[in-house]
Design a protein. Structure first.
Length: 160
C-alpha cells in the first residue's frame, strides 16, 4: 500500500501513448499486468528492458521481480541466450541493504541481466520500439519488450 501515490504515465515522454502496446507495459496497473505477460511470452530474441523510476514507487521490488521472472521464463523456453535483458535502476546499488544487494547481484548475474545503475528511462517511442535512458550512453535502444515500473507522484492534498 502506498497512500497518496498516483501513477504518472505522463512522467516519461511517450510512455502514456505507448503503454499496453508495442511491447511496453507496466505491472502497476491491474489491466496491464496480463499484457506484460503476453509481451514476455512472445519474446524469442532481441532486447528486453525493465525499468525502475527515481522517486517514490508503490513496490520497490517489482521492477526486479518481473525481470527475474521473465529471464527465468526465457531460460525455460530455451531462448534466454538470444535475449539481452537490461535492468535500469536509478540507484547506485541493486538493493539498499548490502547483504540482499549481494544476493540480488548474483541472481541478476545468473540470468545474464545487465544492470544499469544510476540510470532511468527518459523517453519511449512505442511505434519505433525505441527507449532512451539517462546513462553514460543515452542512445535510444530498440527493444522487443519494455516493462516500465511507472513513475509515481504524490497525490495533491485536498484543502481543508
Amino acid at each position: 500500500m502506498a497512500p497518496g501515490l498516483q501513477l504518472d504515465f505522463e512522467g516519461v515522454p511517450g510512455l502514456a501513448e505507448s503503454v499496453g502496446r508495442n511491447g511496453v507495459s507496466s505491472n502497476y496497473r491491474y489491466d496491464l499486468a496480463p499484457r506484460t505477460w503476453e509481451f514476455i511470452r512472445k519474446v524469442r530474441g532481441g532486447t528486453a528492458i525493465f525499468t525502475m523510476p527515481a522517486g517514490p514507487i508503490k513496490c520497490g521490488g517489482a521492477p526486479q521481480k518481473i525481470a527475474y521472472l521473465a529471464a527465468d521464463w526465457w531460460r525455460r523456453q530455451g531462448v534466454l541466450d538470444g535475449v539481452r535483458v537490461i535492468l535500469v535502476l536509478p540507484t547506485a546499488t541493486i538493493f539498499s541493504q548490502p547483504d540482499w544487494a549481494r544476493v540480488l547481484e548474483g541472481v541478476a548475474a545468473g540470468y545474464g541481466i545487465e544492470v544499469r545503475y544510476e540510470s532511468q528511462l527518459v523517453e519511449v517511442d512505442g511505434d519505433s520500439r525505441r527507449r532512451s535512458s539517462s546513462t553514460a550512453s543515452p542512445a535510444p535502444r530498440r527493444a522487443s519488450t519494455t516493462t516500465c515500473c511507472t513513475p509515481c507522484r504524490h497525490r495533491a492534498r485536498r484543502p481543508g
